[in-house]
Design a protein around this ligand. Structure first.
Ligand SMILES: Cc1cc2nc3c(=O)[nH]c(=O)nc-3n(C[C@H](O)[C@H](O)[C@H](O)COP(=O)(O)O)c2cc1C
Length: 190
């Protein structure tokens, strides 16, 4: 049987890159072909959570695939049916807003748009401090969109960050298989 192909898109929630890496390892162990996709910010920003180039190198060497990191590289995903699933993990508040409002000015939103063109599934692993604030309306809109799914999520630190929500990255493989079948893994909120 041919491998299931996932585009694993990282956006600029740098503190969760390590969790995304662990999810990528599990997906590969379960037989997925993983192609990394880095938002322009993720691709170019060095932070206290690591140097951008080192993250890119780590994901490329783990997956054996070059990463997609600009609009031109992302555009053929739909027309050439390159992937079965787009997984945005982590998905920032910024990218949630763009997806909700149809703004396609990053390689991650371009990848999603290109894949949605064919009715392909897009799975979001939210990681943002304002999920229950400024991003709440965007999450609400996206919950109502066809072919968009969420990795189950929860408030990660309600006492110190009362509006913050992060997906449970350990549930990515189950959520990915469900999304491929057109289903939302439940419960969405943990
Ligand atoms: C160190 C650091 C950590 C960040 N963590 C988050 C985060 O967890 N969630 C989030 O939504 N934005 C976070 N941001 C802000 C995003 O990186 C910023 O909104 C950026 O424009 C996102 O672009 P992208 O969605 O295209 O990757 C962080 C920024 C920095 C510098």
């Amino acid at each position: 049987m041919s491998k299931k192909r996932v585009g694993l898109a990282l956006t600029g929630s740098f503190c969760t890159f390590e969790q995304s890496l662990e999810a990528a390892k599990t997906l590969i162990a379960e037989g997925w072909e993983v192609t990394p996709i880095f938002s322009e910010n993720a691709y170019s920003t060095d932070t206290r959570f690591g140097r951008a180039k080192e993250w890119v190198d780590t994901f490329e060497s783990l997956t054996g695939n070059k990463c997609i990191h600009n609009l031109v590289q992302a555009e053929p995903i739909g027309p050439h049916k390159l992937l079965d699933l787009i997984l945005i993990a982590p998905c920032t508040g910024n990218t949630l807003a763009k997806l909700a409002y149809g703004i396609t000015d990053t390689c991650v939103t371009m990848s999603a748009k290109s894949h949605l063109r064919n009715g392909g599934p897009v799975l979001l692993a939210v990681s943002t401090n304002d999920a229950l604030g400024g991003s709440a309306k965007n999450i609400g809109m996206l919950l109502n969109y066809r072919n968009l799914y969420f990795v189950p999520m929860k408030q990660d630190a309600p006492d110190i960050k009362p509006r913050s929500v992060v997906s449970d990255f350990s549930r990515i493989p189950k959520a990915a298989n469900a999304a491929l079948e057109g289903k939302q893994l439940q419960p969405i909120f943990l």
